[in-house]
Design a protein around this ligand. Structure first.
Ligand code: SF4
Ligand code: SF4
Length: 157
């Protein structure tokens, strides 16, 4: 009997905590709807997609390929990113560049975003700082899987 009583006391305590959070969050939400700013940010649900959360500077978002000053891709087709990618979603085909300093540039550079796990290994491995994940783009949904294969046109922006 005492055990059962203790059990119900704990349930009531838990319910009171839930009610407290609900009421406090509701107050903050109502203040926000009325346009009244408060110090507390985390209590309010972000009304996505109308309202978007600021992305942290270190966040790994969609990839982009960097260009040289003359507009060519910085990538030298060394295949390090292809080798290190755990999802095997990068495909690079090299072609010769007339500039002997560069030697190779990518004729094809595809990333299959439907397989990418956004680990950032490709960025870490690149010796040319040719690939970055700092676009702050996180909405990549498409109707067809083939549209998630990003080529040079999309990656070079
Ligand atoms: S972020 Fe990771 S999974 Fe995605 S392409 Fe780069 S290495 Fe591959
Ligand atoms: S690691 Fe860098 S330079 Fe090498 S293929 Fe990948 S993007 Fe190009």
């Amino acid at each position: 009997m005492i055990k059962a009583l203790e059990y119900f006391v704990e349930i009531i305590k838990g319910s009171l905590i839930t009610c407290r959070h609900f009421i406090v969050n509701m107050v903050f939400h109502t203040l926000k709807v009325l346009g009244i700013k408060t110090k507390r940010k985390g209590a309010v649900t972000i009304q996505y997609p109308e309202e978007k959360k600021e992305i942290a500077s270190r966040h790994r978002s969609l990839h982009r390929l960097m260009r040289r000053e003359d507009g060519k891709p910085r990538c030298v087709s060394c295949m390090l990113c292809v080798t290190v990618c755990p999802s095997e979603c990068i495909a690079v085909e090299a072609t010769e560049d007339p500039d002997p300093e560069i030697q190779k540039i990518p004729a094809k550079f595809n990333i299959d975003m439907s397989r990418c796990c956004f680990c950032g290994f490709c960025v870490e491995a690149c010796p040319e700082d040719a690939i970055r994940m700092d676009t702050a783009k996180i909405e990549i949904a498409e109707y067809a899987r083939k549209d998630l294969i990003y080529g040079l046109d999309k990656l070079l922006g």
